[in-house]
Design a protein around this ligand. Structure first.
Ligand code: NAD
Length: 545
């Protein structure tokens, strides 16, 4: 591809522009035309050679956090090379730029800080947020925003939570090809109640406790209004907000702007895709299943809501569909007689006697599927797995809690505990397991199968809203990418290496729903796949003509 020189900075300025820099890969012609002669060592390397050099050096580093820092500095100096490295080595690099390494990076953010990325907006910025957003030099198409209060399973990380929007947006580009120039990570610094951080001299955020109540809501509202004013078509993804704000904010904004919450809706979509794959093995329909969740938070109620939507789409009455989903939280089975239940749990508070613990609930309800999302490790005990195996020919067992130490059970335990019959999916990666002479390959229900494609589709059609119907379409599309060979080896998701194709198909499905529902601002072309593809960033260097 040839790119015009118009608007291209020259000389040192170009070498310091990560969106355009090619480093030693600038050709002889480009070095003359762009004022680079003498500013680079003489030998011209290809991008492939640069990638090989970077990977060799990365693989020589033992500590994952140091690898993270090396990747960040590549990202800061040469985005195309960074995304070539990520895209061509997604299995190896994803755990370094996202979970689990990103969690550690957030905890150590102030200590490993080198250059800012994204925007920090604090409680002291009330009244001038639009002006601050105008400092961003590009036209943002997607904002991932966090307030740092519930970073992964690590709790309040305050402004250090910035690692998450940065990592998530890298995945938009790596997994779906969203143009990095459109990506704006934002951290809203509402203060922190993490005393360790407040006492850390290298902490990057405000030295104050969290703001709450109307002051919190007003800041969020000003931010949303300002973001829409400065970047009118922007998609805003809420990320790692605490439970008590996540549901509220989603409800407040989902029908007003183009927004979604990945912890709730993205998780739901990937989990439903896993269930759909499991049903292909069983030869059953959703309405034949009974789901018992361990956990009743963002992930559990998000998944339950989308399962209900999927059943309704198959003609099941909504009230009847809800009866197929049961929740257990830290106080036991969620039942109608319990008082003070959070709003998101109420649809699943069915008529039933109180039950104190998960195993008793399982024995009382006899589910066909258990979905662990309580972030309490080891809760799918041998007794739980035995009960599932006794009651089901092919029990569905999803241990989705992260990180690995919080997983309800390992893949090995799931297969051992069910005589190899479990249809298993996990939130953390597990290695293949040998069972009964067969190699079973558990795959991770990773949200990165879903949100990058949803974002790409929304950009391609100019979506004005992101709806649950789109997440359901994404789930069906993801499940359709699982082959018979995948299912045969126990994999309920496609290999991660196929992620770009999966994302492109999800983008088409999402755009299709947007057009059907009148939620797309851009004209529709005859070839929706080509329309999506036109928005895909290619990490190979352009030639500057
Ligand atoms: P959350 O804080 O919103 O919800 C946690 C829920 O677990 C709450 O309802 C809480 O009451 C319940 N709980 C806590 N202790 C319990 C106990 N001892 N017994 C029963 N219930 C208990 O968190 P979340 O966003 O829903 O995430 C939950 C877990 O799911 C995390 O580990 C997260 O990493 C994981 N997750 C995985 C994926 C994925 O695999 N794709 C996606 C999202 C979240």
């Amino acid at each position: 591809m040839k790119t015009s020189l118009a608007g291209t900075p020259h000389g040192v300025q170009l070498l310091h522009d990560p969106l355009r820099n090619k480093g030693t890969a600038f050709t002889e012609v480009e070095r003359d035309a762009l004022g680079l002669r003498g500013l680079l060592p003489p030998h011209v390397h290809s991008q492939d050679e640069q990638m090989a050099r970077f990977l060799a050096s990365l693989r020589g580093i033992a500590d994952p956090l140091e690898k993270f820092v090396a990747l960040c500095s590549l990202h800061d100096r040469n985005e195309a090379l960074f995304f070539r490295v990520v895209c061509d080595n997604v299995d190896e690099i994803m755990p370094l730029i996202y979970t689990p390494t990103v969690g550690l990076a957030c905890q150590r953010y102030g200590h490993i800080f080198q250059r800012p990325r994204g925007m920090f907006i604090g409680v002291n910025d009330r009244g001038r947020i639009a002006d601050i957003l105008r400092n961003w030099p590009l036209k943002a198409g997607i904002i991932v925003v966090t307030d740092g209060e519930r970073i992964l399973g690590l709790g309040d990380q305050g402004a250090n939570g910035m690692g998450i929007p940065v990592g998530k947006l890298s995945l938009y580009t790596a997994c779906a090809g969203v143009n990095p120039a459109l990506c704006l990570p934002v951290t809203l610094d509402m203060g922190t109640n993490n005393e360790t951080l407040l006492n850390d001299p290298y902490y990057v955020g405000l030295r104050r406790h969290r703001v709450t109540g109307p002051a919190y809501d007003e800041l969020i509202d000003e931010f949303i209004t300002a973001a829409r004013e400065v970047f009118p078509d922007v998609i805003i993804q809420f990320e790692d907000f605490a439970n008590h704000n996540a549901f509220r904010l989603l409800e407040r904004y989902r029908n007003r702007i183009c927004t979604f919450n990945d912890d709730i809706q993205g998780t739901a979509s990937v989990a439903v895709a896993g269930v759909l794959s499991a049903l292909r093995v069983k030869g059953t329909k959703l309405a034949d299943e009974k789901f018992l969740f361990l956990g009743a938070g963002e992930a559990a109620t998000g998944i339950a809501d989308l399962l209900v939507a999927a059943m309704v789409a198959q003609g099941v009455d909504a009230a009847e569909a809800r009866q197929h989903c049961w929740l257990v939280d830290s106080k036991g089975l969620v039942v109608k007689s319990r008082e003070g239940l959070a709003a998101q749990k109420l649809p699943y508070a069915h008529e039933h006697a109180q039950v104190a613990d998960f195993l008793s609930a399982l024995k009382a309800l006899q589910p066909t599927a258990i979905i662990g999302v309580a972030a309490v490790g080891g809760t799918f005990t041998p007794e739980v797995l035995r009960a599932m195996a006794d009651g089901n020919q092919r029990p569905i067992v999803f241990a989705l809690s992260n990180p690995t130490s919080k997983a309800e059970c390992t893949a090995e335990q799931a297969y051992q505990g069910t005589d190899g019959r479990a249809l298993f999916a996990c939130g953390s990666p597990f290695l293949p397991v040998q069972y009964g002479g067969k190699t079973l390959v558990p795959r991770q229900g990773n949200n990165c199968y879903i949100f990058p494609g949803v974002g790409l589709g929304a950009i391609a059609c100019g979506a004005t809203r992101i709806t649950d119907e789109m997440f359901l379409a994404a789930a069906h599309t993801l499940a359709s990418q699982v082959t018979a060979a995948d299912l045969d080896q126990g994999s309920l998701f496609p290999p991660l290496a196929n992620i770009r194709e999966v994302s492109a198909r999800i983008a088409v499905a999402v755009a299709e729903v947007a057009y059907q529902r009148g939620l797309a601002a851009k004209p529709r072309s005859d070839d929706l796949r080509a329309q999506v593809q036109a928005h895909v960033f290619d990490p190979h260097y352009p030639a500057y003509a």
